[in-house]
Design a protein around this ligand. Structure first.
Ligand code: TXA
Ligand code: MG
Length: 343
């Protein structure tokens, strides 16, 4: 199939909406990363997203809406199904990079939720994403628009690298300001639980909810081989992980290693490893985001993809402090590096 290149003008977005309504797939920018959109209520269309991405079908998708009023049809109990805590988070943080997990309504097909009885919902702030959802007139299921396992795309160029010829259209626009995916929060249990860290931090959630929010320390650890989505359902406040967190993620072709240390230690270790690589005839790159998580998030995936295109074999990245947004970005960096940290 030929992948149409669309602009953000009204005519093109109306066409993109028509493509989605008729069961097609359109990649579009959000404020986090590019999404690969399909009609969330059309099981066939959603199944074709899994095929285009090469994604395991037990990994559920996020459903994107443009208005809070679009939410009620998708969740169990409708407007009454909305908890006070969910309302608070929505009022304070939507539209924006926050995904909330709800018990799902029957109209949401099982394929959209990977067979779970819950549904992940997010209202993006990106104006192009919002207009597209409005013109489509349906909730849009959209995982990140990468081939499964690859770094999430933050430009149309990166989307086309993975998806050209596999999807109906891509909306071209560089507006993925955040650069890593949304924070996923599960409010269906007794304690709010962060399943995937993002730009909306634990601290921010706690300020709004005025109580402790949990996340798994293991978000910064290598997952054990026997982990499954059913694991960890217990009455001690521990919640199941997001199914998506167990898969290999964000892997460029190059080997990625993280390096800890102050300015001098980092420089010494990076120089040594870089030289060793060069002696073996390899190309090595060094990335130092000066402990600025916003900058690191904005650039990380795009730079990993660019270094792959330029044929780098080794990418050495300086670690960030694991505080606030730094925790979220370190989660992605560690996955890219297969948890290899040079101490
Ligand atoms: O920023 C984002 O969230 C981007 C943009 C496009 O919106 N989307 C995105 O989607 O990152 P995806 O499919 O790459 O990641 C969705 C994550 C996965 O880790 C998945 O397991 C989790 O959300 N998830 C989805 N539905 C869930 C559910 N019902 N319960 C638990 N986790 C869920
Ligand atoms: Mg993804």
């Amino acid at each position: 199939m030929e992948t149409l290149r669309l602009s953000t003008n009204e005519g093109d977005l109306i066409l993109a909406g028509e493509i989605i309504r008729s069961g097609g797939l359109v990649a579009f920018p959000t404020e986090t990363v590019y999404g690969l959109g399909a009609d969330a209520l059309n099981a066939e269309a959603v199944a074709s997203v899994y095929r285009a991405k090469g994604r395991p079908s037990d990994n559920p998708m996020i459903v994107h809406i443009a208005d809070v009023s679009d939410l009620y049809a998708l969740i169990d109990g409708g407007m009454k199904g909305l908890s006070d805590e969910a309302s608070k988070l929505m009022m304070n943080l939507w539209p924006g990079p926050l995904t909330l997990i709800f018990k799902k309504a029957d109209i949401v097909p099982d394929v959209t939720t990977g067979g779970l009885d819950t549904v992940a919902i997010r209202m993006p702030s990106n104006p192009t994403a919002r207009r597209l959802i409005k013109f489509t007139g349906r909730p849009i299921a959209a995982p990140s628009a990468n081939r499964s396992g690859r770094p999430s795309p933050t430009t149309a160029y990166d989307v086309l690298e993975d998806m050209d010829g596999r999807i109906d259209a891509v909306v071209i626009s560089d507006q993925c300001d955040v650069g890593i995916e949304s924070t996923v929060v599960d409010l269906t249990g007794s304690i709010p639980y962060i399943l995937r860290p993002g730009a909306v931090t634990k601290e921010k959630l706690e300020r709004i909810l005025k109580r402790a929010v949990l996340y798994d320390k293991s978000l910064l650890e290598k997952p054990s081989a026997e982990e499954s989505p059913e694991d960890g359902v217990a009455d001690n406040g521990f919640r199941p992980k997001s199914p998506g967190m167990k898969y290999t993620h964000y892997s460029p072709k190059a080997t990625v290693r993280l390096i800890e240390g102050d300015d001098n230690e980092f420089r010494e270790k990076a120089m040594k490893l870089g030289l060793e690589a060069r002696e073996k005839g390899q190309k090595a790159a060094i990335l130092d985001y000066n402990n600025d998580p916003g900058k690191a998030a904005h650039k990380l995936f795009a730079e990993l993809r660019e270094l792959d295109r330029q044929g780098y074999d080794l990418v050495l990245i300086r670690t960030l402090n694991e505080e606030g947004f730094g925790f979220s970005v370190m989660n992605r960096m560690l996955k890219s590096a297969g948890y290899d940290v040079v101490k």
